[in-house]
Design a protein around this ligand. Structure first.
Ligand code: AMP
Length: 148
């Protein structure tokens, strides 16, 4: 079987990111793959439906800075250097796919669930990434309370 060469780990930087990252890290070292990390910042207008009657640019800048420092800290903890960190602005599922494609990743690793909760069989982002993904996708099961 062909081993993976480049793994794109997608994190929403919530608590659930840790077990997902650990799985990606283990896979990368087992297969000798390069590990990249991507975090997507959602435009506020997208999250709140588009017509907010105020200028959101200052808040958006602040969110950007906060995301940058969280991603730096998180990636450093995993030993992922700067050239393999991707902070992108846009719609998460599209941008995760696009970043994987641009960087020629052959595996995308996401959490089965994140901020959008456990209501769906797969979280909405994991689902979106799966549809039309440019490569394999691994959804690491998170947030389940019942052990088998
Ligand atoms: P969710 O759709 O919120 O349940 O998230 C499921 C998984 O999609 C998370 O565990 C992450 O792996 C990924 N994900 C969600 N939002 C983002 C984001 N903004 N940037 C990168 N990955 C994300």
């Amino acid at each position: 079987m062909n081993a993976y060469h480049r793994i794109m780990l997608a994190v929403d930087l919530t608590e659930e990111s840790r077990p997902v990252a650990e799985r990606a890290l283990a896979l990368a070292s087992a297969s000798g793959a390069e590990l990249h990390i991507v975090h997507v910042i959602e435009p506020l207008s997208l999250a709140y439906g588009g017509d907010v009657p105020m200028d959101l640019s200052a808040i958006q800048d602040q969110i950007h800075e906060q995301a940058r420092s969280h991603l730096t800290e998180f990636a450093q903890g995993l030993g992922i250097n700067e050239s393999r960190r991707h902070l992108i602005f846009g719609r998460p599922e599209n941008e995760i796919q696009r970043t994987a494609e641009i960087n020629k990743a052959d595996l995308i690793v996401v959490g089965s669930h994140g901020r959008h909760g456990l209501a769906l069989l797969l979280g909405s982002t994991a689902n979106g990434v799966l549809h039309g993904a440019p490569c394999d996708v691994l959804a690491v099961r998170v947030g389940q309370t019942t052990e088998k």
